[in-house]
Design a binder for this molecule. Sequence first.
Ligand code: FAD
Length: 502
Amino acid sequence: MLSQPKSFCSSENSHFETNKPIRVAVVGAGCTGLRIALLFKKLNENGMVQRPVEVVIFEKRSEVGGFLQTRKNSSGLLVESGAQGVLSSRTIFLRALEDIGLQPKDVITPPTQKQHATRYVIAPSGRIAPLSANPFSLWKNRLLSPLQILRLIAELFRSRQNTPPNPDENLYDFFKRHFGRACAENFLLPFATGIWGGGAQKLLARHAFPRLSQIDVAHGSLLRFAFFSFIAKLLKKQTVESSLRYSWPRGLLSFPNGMQTLIEKMSDKLKESASLITIRVNSPVQKIELDTAGKLIINEKEDDSFDSIFWTTSPWSTPNLVFANKDAELEWKNLQNTPTHHLIVVNVSGQRDPATRDGFGVLARRESSGLLGVLFVHSIYPQHVPANLFSYRILLAGDRNPEMISWSDESLKTYCLQQLKTLDLLTNHESVSEIEIVRWPRAIGIADHEHDARMNSLWRLEAHFPELRFAGIYKKGVGVADALLSAEEAFEAWLSVPRPNR
Ligand SMILES: Cc1cc2nc3c(=O)[nH]c(=O)nc-3n(C[C@H](O)[C@H](O)[C@H](O)COP(=O)(O)OP(=O)(O)OC[C@H]3O[C@@H](n4cnc5c(N)ncnc54)[C@H](O)[C@@H]3O)c2cc1C
């Protein structure tokens, strides 16, 4: 929510009575960068500043959107290159939708019937098994033995620890401590591969799931907390989240024309302020320096002199960024050491065949040779896939097989078709008509035990350049909602600084 910075808006402050705009640069036109620009648009329109804010967005590619790209293929189905949807439990996402004029009628959610909602995991047998809360099914599919089921249930009786938590505990150990090793192996590891491309044994629990870490410290048992929260929710009357205008559907949200709608609507909204907000594509930022007047200069161009810069893309997207300041360049180098995962998205589509499966998708266990998961797009978003077709979205690489990023298209195709056959999701290759491949090198950063030290590098960079601000998914959280949250936090921090000399 926008808060009103008193010193910044005070009409008593004569410095703000000139109409010369404040100039802000945003580096990166993904959803983080576009959201920051929209927040400035709102600030200008609300009359919360005496001087207008002019925003220039620099995008190195020829199009905006970053990871959010949707394409219609020649069979007429929509293929997502990056995000497939965002959970509606993230209010920050819904608020961003409302801000660009979107309503519940503009979004789609997966069908709720069990047939479409079932998640599968590759069981030790190598076959896919449904993930279910039914202990008999877990046992039958050799996912958990009766003893391991009892170990899971025992978590309900876990008491609060008297010793302080280990700040370096990784996600895998956190789950193992709560639910036992088998649960960590069969559920947590596959789940983590679906979100971060793996890395559960490196990722810090407090970064990956900050809320769960808080519950662990405050209550001990996660299951008990979930149970009582559920009962409390049932007893309370359901109300629309107070900061929202509409009541939104539950589940994974997307749009009839795919996730790119978010980018298109954000860009359209920005065009309403064309005199103050511009997007420059094909404009990589390669150098940032501070001039003697305290302005930040981009790429040594006199006209590109800014009061503030928001950096919204991962530091490793521009490893050779020049700061004309040795200390700053060392800090930037430190950020390059972030462990990252490459992701490859392969969309396999064709005529539905007897093996085509409905459901949500398949998660892969540790033994997988490269497969991170498969989403059944035809079942999750039937609106995106013509009725006679199937569309499997296969995620590859991550920590399972980083080398895959340099595999040829042919090798990737062969591997995916083999995997679909092994998992009984495809009967014959003849039914496949199109295979699309998108590679995202170093897509996801992993917040390991060095993460705090790397974040210190960001703070030291901000100390060298007080008006250089950082937002984006390399700080905390990797999803679209995290990106939007980081945008709001960076914007709020900008607002909170009084600017008496501007
Ligand atoms: C395969 C995949 C699947 C995903 N699935 C989901 C999902 O289902 N749900 C979900 O919530 N999230 C998902 N995500 C994550 C989600 O896509 C990201 O959280 C979100 O898109 C990040 O947006 P961003 O603006 O922070 O960064 P980006 O989208 O990376 O945008 C950064 C922009 O900066 C530009 N840029 C880089 N360097 C420079 C430079 N030097 N100068 C100028 N411009 C520059 C880039 O070209 C890019 O356009 C997925 C990601 C991937 C890769």
